[in-house]
Design a protein around this ligand. Structure first.
Ligand code: RB5
Length: 143
């Protein structure tokens, strides 16, 4: 798959870990950074990632900040973006099946009971169910 990654200073280590893991699995990955812990503002990172994603060609993106909360909120301000802050295999599965999320979000300062890698695997292996869920997704962008 073609995956876009972006993060603030709160999740450098986790982003680099996921980047290495995705590359090892043979995926194409674009890393928009940041790769140092110099402070940046997560809304700027989200805007940059969304602008890049909207150029097309990506299967999905993964955003990271300290909690995953700020950067997912920022991404979801953009029309057409459905960024899911997932925390276990069930929410990772539903993010694809019901919400057809085009971004996942994780927190670099969060302790996950199931590894982010396993959640990303679940998401990548799932399929959007369409039908009533497609109708609901269309409604997200009506305003
Ligand atoms: C940065 O300190 C932190 O606020 C940010 O990474 C994120 O957790 C915000 O939601």
């Amino acid at each position: 798959m073609n995956v876009l990654l972006a993060n603030d200073h709160g999740a450098v280590e986790l982003k680099l870990r996921i980047l290495a893991w995705l590359l090892e699995k043979g995926h194409k990955v674009t890393n928009l950074g940041v790769d140092t812990e110099d402070r940046v503002d997560y809304p700027d990172i989200a805007d940059k990632a969304v602008a890049e994603f909207q150029k097309g060609g990506y299967d999905f993106g993964i955003l990271f900040c300290g909690t995953g909360i700020g950067i997912s909120i920022a991404a979801n301000r953009h029309k057409g973006i459905r960024c899911a802050l997932v925390h276990d295999a069930f929410t990772a599965l539903m993010a694809k099946k019901h919400n057809n999320a085009n971004f996942l979000a994780f927190g670099g300062r969060v302790t996950y009971r199931e590894s982010p890698e396993s959640l990303i695997d679940v998401f990548m292996g799932a399929e959007f169910q369409g039908e009533r869920h497609a109708t609901r997704i269309e409604k997200l962008d009506r305003n």
